[in-house]
Design a protein. Structure first.
Length: 207
């Protein structure tokens, strides 16, 4: 399967992507995680990207596309993959079509996880990540077990979340008609228990 999860910040893309990829044994390709890894390692790319990320803005297309191109060449991505957080602009989607075309591959499905804006800010601001496993928790609705060391992402603060929502509606939402016109888009309601949303995602992917 070659698939994409799209949705606003806090829709649950990262959480659902991990579950699907564990089940299907395909790599989760999260451009957000890749950019955070660059930042943590202090690479030039990471330091440049950090300026955009901390403002809640998108990192320039050419940076992200170059990173994805390298990632897709790795052996583990040959049988399939699930993108989480990429593409985020129509230019990225067009570049992805070009990259896949060169590799003789094509997309199978694009799942849109839908959640209304007023729920998203609360979801994101209470989000915490297990520093060791990367598992995502919500302090109110999906509390971590005792003893887990939690970290909060720098860009999960309220002002930044609002800026990320503006970027989503302005730059990423145009992907909805883009993939709809290609017959690839499947909509999933992202509100409700995590396990229910997983069921809907798997069903949308035809599993
Ligand atoms: P995420 O972890 O997917 O929420 O991404 C965190 C941040 O990384 C975003 O707010 C952007 O600043 C940046 N980012 C991640 N993926 C992309 C992408 N495909 N295009 C541009 N910026 C991205």
């Amino acid at each position: 399967m070659r698939t994409i999860l799209i949705g606003p910040p806090g829709a649950g893309k990262g959480t659902q992507a991990k579950i699907v990829c564990d089940q299907w044994h395909i790599p989760q390709i999260s451009t957000g995680d890749m950019l955070r890894a660059h930042k943590a390692q202090g690479t030039t790319l990471g330091l440049e990207a950090a300026k955009f990320m901390s403002a809640g803005a998108l990192v320039p297309d050419e940076v992200v596309i170059g990173m994805v191109e390298e990632r897709l060449k790795q052996d583990d991505a040959k049988p399939g993959f699930l993108f989480d957080g990429f593409p985020r602009t129509v230019a990225q989607a067009e570049a992805l079509d070009g990259l896949l075309g060169k590799l003789g591959q094509k997309l199978d499905a694009v799942v849109l996880i839908e959640v209304a804006d007023d729920l998203l800010v609360e979801r994101v601001c209470f989000r915490r990540t297990d520093k060791v496993t990367g598992r995502i928790y919500h302090l109110k609705y999906s509390a971590p077990p005792p003893g887990v060391e939690l970290v909060q992402r720098d860009d999960d603060k309220e002002d930044t979340v609002r800026a990320r929502l503006v970027a989503y509606h302005g730059q990423t939402a145009p992907l909805i008609p883009y993939y709809e016109q290609r017959g690839l888009l499947r909509r999933v309601d992202g509100v409700g228990e995590m396990a229910k949303v997983t069921e809907r995602v798997l069903k949308a992917l035809g599993n």
